[in-house]
Design a protein around this ligand. Structure first.
Ligand SMILES: [Zn+2]
Length: 254
């Protein structure tokens, strides 16, 4: 799968998003590329779902999965949506984890040094709280799919639903430790709402410090082909959102 340059890719995403009823905002520009946020309100009161991808430029499946879902009009009237489809556009062009300044943006959310995260943080701080957070990542060291779950709500976990859905294309990562974390079940890491290194907050921790919600970070194994990894992240996202709709409906019915 040939990757277009970030500039053209973002133009394509913008066109698809507008077709799917989203409004677009450019939060700032970094390395002469726009930092794009997309929002689509539900027609009435509805929970808020936040999705982000592309914070690491060497993890292309996440942005591609969100683009496919936009094209397929997956983002419907059930929720109010916020999408940040490519948080580190210059790293996408470079094919690197860090931005061209050598900063890992997903460790930069406590006291941002990067222009990208400063703009993202400032914008997020003016937004209402989200009920569900999904972040799409990839892992060079993994052989299977896994996820981080951080649940600071009383809502039921969606982890098994998500892992089951992804198993149609990628099995779960095995082993009792993944990326330095003990697993709660195959492919599942229960994380505290705290950063592993207190000075270096990932994006997920920044959101968790602001308000309680259900948080998932998905990780596909980079060794698999890009089409399969993109399919896995789509399945994970769809399962999380469909599952979240169900548990919210159940929690609200008497
Ligand atoms: Zn990543």
């Amino acid at each position: 799968m040939e990757r277009p340059k970030a500039k053209r890719w973002l133009e394509n995403v913008l066109a698809l998003a507008r077709n799917a009823g989203f409004a677009a905002a450019s939060l700032d520009r970094a390395y002469d590329l726009p930092l794009l946020a997309l929002t689509r309100p539900a027609p009435g009161p509805a929970p808020r779902v936040y999705l982000s991808a592309g914070i690491h430029g060497d993890e292309p499946a996440g942005p591609l999965a969100l683009m496919d879902l936009l094209r397929e009009r997956f983002f419907d009237d059930r929720f109010t949506w916020t999408l940040c489809p490519l948080l580190n556009p210059a790293a996408w062009d470079a094919g690197t984890r860090e931005n061209p300044g050598g900063i890992d943006l997903n460790r930069d959310y406590r006291q941002p040094r990067s222009r990208e995260v400063r703009a993202h943080r400032d914008w997020l701080e003016a937004q209402p709280a989200n009920d569900l957070y999904l972040s799409l990542h990839e892992d060079w060291e993994a052989n299977g799919f896994y996820l981080y779950e951080i649940n600071t709500t009383t809502l039921h976990s969606l982890a098994e639903t998500i892992l089951d859905a992804v198993e149609a294309v990628i099995p779960r990562e095995t082993g009792s430790r993944i990326d330095g974390h003990e697993t709660a079940a195959p492919g599942l890491i229960h994380h505290r709402p705290e950063a592993d290194e207190p000075e270096y907050w990932p994006e997920a921790i920044f959101h968790l410090k602001r308000y309680p919600h259900l948080s998932y970070t998905f990780e596909t194994p980079s060794a698999r082909d890009l089409v399969t990894r993109t399919a896995a992240l789509k399945l994970a996202t769809q399962a999380a959102i469909d599952g979240f709709f169900e548990i919210r409906a159940n929690a609200e019915s008497p």
